[in-house]
Write a protein that binds this ligand. Structure first.
Ligand SMILES: c1cc(-c2cnc[nH]2)ccn1
Length: 247
């Protein structure tokens, strides 16, 4: 997968993309991430990339020309037959989910457009943006951190990125439930023991315990996720018992 990030602050990405799993994924050529500094495409003498909003109001708006030309440069280099999916990170966008991550992970290439200040000229959104995505109902200083979050969530889904053991199958939101609790050595820590079922070696019991933990955790914290799920008879019984307890 090719990821192209249009930003005023490419240096912000050095940490997350230069470390651990995302770094290894690039070294294994499972993903090719390149950042482009929108400011490099400003045609005015002072490389100004923002201006006062028409109609007045607080803050500055990113001007269209540098973004448009940066996007054009990137799409030319990608040399595609059809327009590239271009994601604008915005609190106004559709909320990012694991399902959306799985959908985006299938794309051959993605362009991320990171706004700053009060945002970007609407004509860029109307002409170039295919998807507006939010990572939550809060306002940040720009689209860079959301872009990192989304690239992280997508990259780990690319086959070969996670080691075979670290499958994402059991993860929160993958099977539609919140993930069960994890324990590792030592067996006793500060007098706190690991649940005995996990030491039993009985994988049928362990799987059952983990599934029950996931359902109980999801019932307590995200009952909305349970609504859309097909539960087995015994699992539906667990939920009924939890509901009774709650009454
Ligand atoms: C995506 C983008 C943003 C954001 C972009 N610029 C200011 N906030 C917030 C949440 N999710």
């Amino acid at each position: 997968m090719k990821v192209r990030i249009l930003t005023l602050f490419p240096e912000m990405f050095n940490g997350p993309f230069g470390t651990s799993i995302l770094k290894k994924a690039q070294e294994k050529e499972l993903i090719d991430i390149q950042c482009f500094n929108i400011r490099d495409f400003a045609l005015n003498k002072h490389k100004k990339v923002d201006d006062y909003p028409f109609g007045g109001g607080a803050g500055m708006v990113m001007t269209p020309q540098p973004i448009f030309d940066c996007h054009h440069h990137v799409t030319q280099m990608l040399n595609l037959n059809e327009p590239c999916k271009t994601i604008y990170l915005s609190p106004k966008g559709s909320t990012f989910t694991q399902e959306k991550a799985m959908e985006l992970a299938k794309e051959e290439q993605l362009i991320f457009l990171c706004g700053h200040y009060e945002g970007i000229d609407q004509r860029i959104i109307d002409e170039l943006v295919t998807d507006e995505i939010s990572i939550g109902d809060y306002v940040l200083t720009g689209g860079e951190l959301p872009a990192m979050v989304i690239v992280d969530a997508i990259t780990r889904l690319i086959p070969g990125v996670l080691s075979t053991e670290a499958s994402y199958e059991d993860e929160s939101f993958h099977c539609g439930l919140l993930e069960y609790p994890h324990y590792t050595r030592p067996r006793a820590f500060n007098g706190l023991e690991v649940p005995s079922v996990l030491l039993s070696g009985n994988h049928k019991d362990i799987d059952m315990w983990r599934r029950k933990q996931s359902i109980e955790l999801t019932f307590e914290r995200r009952p909305d996720l349970l609504k859309g799920l097909q539960l087995k008879k015994n699992e539906a019984q667990w939920v009924a018992e939890l509901s009774k307890k709650k009454e």
